[in-house]
Design a protein around this ligand. Sequence first.
Ligand code: PAF
Length: 294
Amino acid sequence: MRTYTNNSALQSAIRGYRDSGQTIAFVPTMGNLHEGHLDLVRKAHELADIVVVSIFVNPLQFGANEDLDGYPRTLAADKEKLFSEGTQVLYAPDVSQIYPEGMAAQTQVRVPDLADTLCGSSRPGHFDGVTTVVTKLFNIVQPDVAVFGEKDFQQLSIIRKMVNDLCMPVRIIGAPTARADDGLALSSRNGYLNNDQRRIAPLIHETLANCREAIACGFDNFLQLESHARMRLLQAGFEPDYFAIRDARTLRDVTEETEEIAILAAARLGKTRLIDNVRLSLNPVSDWGMLAGH
Ligand code: PAF
């Protein structure tokens, strides 16, 4: 595995791969790699000849009171994991490579609407930071395909829209959420949880799964489902940010046109903010007309 910290060295290596006819799959990460990230890397290997992984804790996507300074940085361990997965290229730039003129001077990429709802309401500017850095990384790496986790479902939707709207020549692939045996979605932030919080944390997935089951069984009062779920999380010790039943494509309210529902939640346990989601496909020949009329 070759590691680059410098854009032009990375780009000349990638040109070499391309000149010899090889395709490039890209997995952008912020490091502190766990099985969820490694699943993305494995998926990337299925999709192209060369896998490039980036590790960059992007300051532009952290709010003023968020965990930028404390965000786990574990480069040596990450390198070993990537090496074991057969990753050919690691790109680990520092902040001055990505933002040479500082962040205030940086041109930004913004996806309207989708970036303003759900996590976007409670983390203003967060997704602008994500879309800006992902655009830069795409321009530096110029991959054929890029793999993102479905755990960050809103992020994945925003990136798909950005790529589509800006005619970026990269295929976006979503990979299923990796979970611990008790259902908790794997996340670098799980490491912040103390033992008690870790014990309670899987309830977020259980509540999402129960909600999906209720909808699948025909329960169509979404407001009631959402408020019941929020109450359940609150009583267990979470501070729910949102629990929302949405159209998986638009992330707006479910309508008669909805083909897939996404149920998304964000909640704090102590200082740790956890997010998760589940989805439910709607069979177009089912009684969905009745459900949508809720
Ligand atoms: O999902 C992440 O880890 C980050 O948001 C990403 C896509 C690497 C951009 O910094």
